[in-house]
Design a protein around this ligand. Structure first.
Ligand code: GLY
Length: 373
C-alpha cells in the first residue's frame, strides 16, 4: 500500500508513523514539517477543561485520545530517545469574578451530567494549588487527569519515529491532486513532480481544500481561525500546572513547562489567512493574565506568534474517506489538534490501510456534511 500524506502537522506526522509501522510505504509532503499551527499551539491535553456545551461527541473523542496519550508518548520516546515534555498532572480552571464563577458552576454540572466530574475549588483551594494566583480569584475547578505536552518537541519526535519506520519526507508543497477515472491516484508537487499512491491523505489544516484538481464538494470548507500566543520564561517556580482562566467572560490559559517556559494563549479571531500579531491581541492576553497572576509582569518575554486553527463547519474534526475514492481527509481539528493526535492517527491509519472507520471515529467522517447537503 502506497500512501501520500499532505501536511506534516502533528496529525499528518503521527499518521505517517502509525501507517508506516503497519507496513505501508508512506511519503509525507510538507515544505516545513511541524510548522504552522503545530509550532504555535500551547499543547494542552484538556478534553474536560475545554469542554463546551453541545460537544459531547467531541468530549468522547478527546477522552479516548487522552487515555491513549501515556502509552503513545512512552512508545514514541522509547523509539526516538526524544523527550516530549508530556505531563498529566491536571489543569486548574479559575474564575475572576462572580459571573465567571457562575459559568464554571454550570460547566461543572454539565461535566457531571456526562460522567466526567471536575472537582470544585474555593478561591483559597485554588491558591493552595497555585500560590501565584491573585487573592481575588473566586474559585475554580480541577480536572485532575488533563495535562499538556510541548508541540515543538512532539513534532520532531513524531517525524523521527515516522522516518525510523521508513516514511519518506519530501520537503515541497503539494499543488494538486492527481485524479484518474474519478479516483485520487496521487499528488503533483510545486516542481511538477508527480507522486502516485493508492491513497492520499489531506492533513493540511485550513489549506486542505486548496489543491488543484479536487472536484467540488470533495473537501468541506475548513476555515482558518487565528490564535495569538505569547511565550514567556520564568527563572523561579511560578506555576505548578496548567491554569485556564475566565476573566469577565474572556478565556485565557497558561501552560508551564519544566524548563521554565510558560505559554500564554490565545486569541480566537476569524480573519481569514491573517497571521499578523497585533498590539490589541497581546494586550488582551497580558491584561487578563495579570488579573489572575499579577506576578506575570516579572517574567521574561521570549516570543509572540500567531497560528491558524483549522475549523470545520461544525468545529469538529473531519476524518475519513472523502466522496472522491482514494482521497482521505484528516483535518478540522480546530482547538484540539494536539489532544486528538493519538486517536486521530489510529482512526486515519485504519481508514487508509483497512478502509474502515473505527467506532470512535464514526461521528467525525466527512459523510456528515454530504448528508446535510
Ligand atoms: N486549545 C487551545 C487553543 O486552541 O487555543
Amino acid at each position: 500500500m502506497e500512501i501520500v500524506i499532505v501536511g506534516a502537522g502533528v496529525v499528518g506526522l503521527a499518521t505517517a508513523w502509525r501507517a508506516a509501522a503497519r507496513g505501508a510505504a508512506v511519503t509525507l509532503v510538507d515544505p516545513a514539517p511541524g510548522s504552522a499551527a503545530t509550532a504555535v499551539a500551547a499543547g494542552m491535553l484538556n478534553p474536560v477543561s475545554e469542554l463546551t456545551y453541545g460537544e459531547e461527541p467531541l468530549l468522547r473523542l478527546g477522552l479516548a485520545s487522552r487515555e491513549r496519550y501515556g502509552a503513545f508518548v512512552a512508545e514514541l520516546e522509547e523509539l526516538t530517545g526524544l523527550d516530549t515534555a508530556y505531563r498529566a498532572d491536571g489543569i486548574v480552571q479559575v474564575a475572576f469574578d462572580s459571573g465567571d464563577l457562575g459559568y464554571l458552576d454550570d460547566l461543572r454540572r454539565f461535566q457531571e451530567s456526562l460522567g466526567v466530574p471536575a472537582a470544585p475549588l474555593t478561591g483559597r483551594e485554588c491558591r493552595e494549588l497555585e500560590p501565584m494566583l491573585a487573592p481575588g480569584v473566586r474559585g475554580g475547578l480541577l480536572a485532575p487527569e488533563d495535562g499538556s505536552i510541548d508541540p515543538r518537541r512532539l513534532a520532531p519526535a513524531l517525524l523521527a519515529a515516522a522516518e525510523k519506520r521508513g516514511t519518506r519526507l519530501v520537503r515541497r508543497r503539494a499543488e494538486g491532486v492527481l485524479v484518474e477515472r474519478d479516483a485520487a491516484v496521487g499528488v503533483r508537487l510545486d516542481d511538477g513532480t508527480e507522486l502516485r499512491a493508492d491513497r492520499v491523505l489531506l492533513a493540511a489544516g485550513p489549506w486542505s481544500g486548496d489543491l488543484d484538481g479536487l472536484p467540488p464538494g470533495a473537501v468541506p470548507a475548513v476555515r482558518p481561525v487565528k490564535g495569538q500566543v505569547i511565550r514567556l520564561r520564568t527563572r523561579v517556580p511560578f506555576l505548578r500546572r496548567c491554569v485556564r482562566g475566565l476573566v469577565q467572560g474572556s478565556s485565557i490559559y497558561l501552560v508551564p513547562r519544566a524548563d521554565g517556559e510558560i505559554v500564554l494563549g490565545a486569541t480566537q479571531e476569524e480573519l481569514g489567512f491573517d497571521t499578523q500579531v497585533t498590539a490589541g491581541g497581546l494586550w488582551e492576553l497580558l491584561r487578563d493574565a495579570r488579573e489572575l497572576l499579577p506576578g506575570i509582569t516579572e517574567l521574561d518575554f521570549v516570543e509572540v506568534s500567531a497560528g491558524l486553527r483549522p475549523g470545520s463547519p461544525d468545529n469538529a474534526p473531519v476524518m475519513g474517506p472523502s466522496p472522491l475514492p482514494g482521497l482521505v481527509l484528516g483535518t478540522g481539528h480546530f482547538r484540539n489538534g494536539i489532544l486528538l493526535t493519538p486517536v486521530s492517527a489510529d482512526i486515519l491509519t485504519d481508514v487508509l490501510l483497512d478502509g474502515t472507520v473505527p467506532d470512535v471515529g464514526l461521528p467525525f467522517t466527512p459523510a456528515r456534511f454530504e448528508e446535510q447537503r
